[in-house]
Design a protein around this ligand. Structure first.
Ligand code: C5P
Length: 290
């Protein structure tokens, strides 16, 4: 049998329906309790065997394609003596709270494990992922999950959410480091009101959109909205357009709305682009696997 020379893999975006900061850790990171959903929308990655060297080509010039790119870091972490050309079709906005870099790293780890026939166990992949960043372990599990610790402790949860999801990005990025530091500095650094994660998990499993809407929470939202008030305006526009609820995803700047009606989501996307101008990016999608 000839060995496979090329593999194309999907690299989904994610949203956080719940992100509660539980405390500060001695290593400077924050302990979290977060519920994340992988989406049908994402990037495409093609992996092609090369004799030597790990090379990345990306259609977005704003993304570094050198050793600092998480996709390259992931390949090197798996085996820095083998060769691959990674071609990344980037659709997920950068520094957007949608997990694009982490998702690419997880897709490269899983794809190269197959293409290189590296034989890494799930446990080994989990260990490599945790060393590379906070959300990569979540993407390795390929389903909705409740994540704890820095985000690397992943517990899969049942999700039957059929709502249409409208993502809206204002056209600028927010650095994850800045978002956490601002949270720590601000009055929001006091213990966050408990977003009820149990209620959220129950509602997700039952496809109860009203229940999900009541339980959304993001500790990082208040400081980000204080600095970028347009995020609140975008959330208001999502609600006005018919979303049952709206929230900032992760460390922002993307906000999302959950819609019972797919047509209303499409209409709201058009209205928001008209109202907020050409730098505003929108994407209609759904939770993956629904
Ligand atoms: O792990 P990742 O590279 O995505 O994190 C980027 C930055 O976000 C970290 O350097 C840290 O400042 C902050 N962070 C945090 N607590 C987390 C995740 C990220 O403070 N749980």
């Amino acid at each position: 049998m000839t060995a496979q020379a090329r593999l194309t893999v999907f690299s989904p975006a994610k949203i956080n329906l719940h992100l509660r900061i539980v405390g500060r850790r001695p290593d400077g990171y924050h302990d979290l309790e977060t519920v994340m959903l992988p989406l049908e929308f994402g990037d495409k990655i093609t992996l092609e065997l090369r004799k030597t060297g790990i090379r990345l080509e990306c259609d977005n010039p704003d993304l570094p394609s050198d050793d600092t790119n998480l996709a390259v870091c992931a390949a090197k972490a798996l085996d820095d003596e083998r060769g691959v050309k990674i071609t990344l079709k980037k659709r997920i906005p950068l520094a957007a709270g949608l997990g694009g870099g982490s998702s690419n790293a997880a897709a490269v780890l899983m794809g190269l494990n197959q293409l290189w026939q590296a034989g890494a166990s799930q446990e080994k992949l989990d260990k490599l992922a945790a060393g590379l960043g906070s959300d990569i372990n979540f993407f390795l599990r390929q389903g909705a999950a409740l994540c704890r610790g820095r985000g690397e402790q992943v517990e899969p949860v049942p999700c039957r959410l059929s709502a249409t999801i409208l993502l809206v990005n204002p056209g600028f990025g927010i650095s994850t480091k800045w978002a956490y530091e601002s949270y720590a500095r601000s009055a929001a650094g006091a213990p966050a009101p408990l977003g009820d994660v149990t209620q959220l998990l129950r509602a997700l499993a039952a496809n109860d959109l009203d229940g999900v809407a009541k339980a959304l929470h993001n500790s990082l939202e208040v400081p980000s909205i204080r600095k970028y008030p347009v995020l609140q305006l975008l959330k208001d526009a999502l609600r006005a357009g018919g979303a049952a609820c709206a929230l900032m995803s992760g460390s922002g700047a993307t906000v999302f709305g959950l819609f019972a009606d797919a047509k209303a989501a499409e209409r709201a996307a058009g209205l928001i682009r008209d109202q907020f101008g050409p730098s505003t990016w929108t994407q209609v999608t759904r939770a993956a696997g629904q």
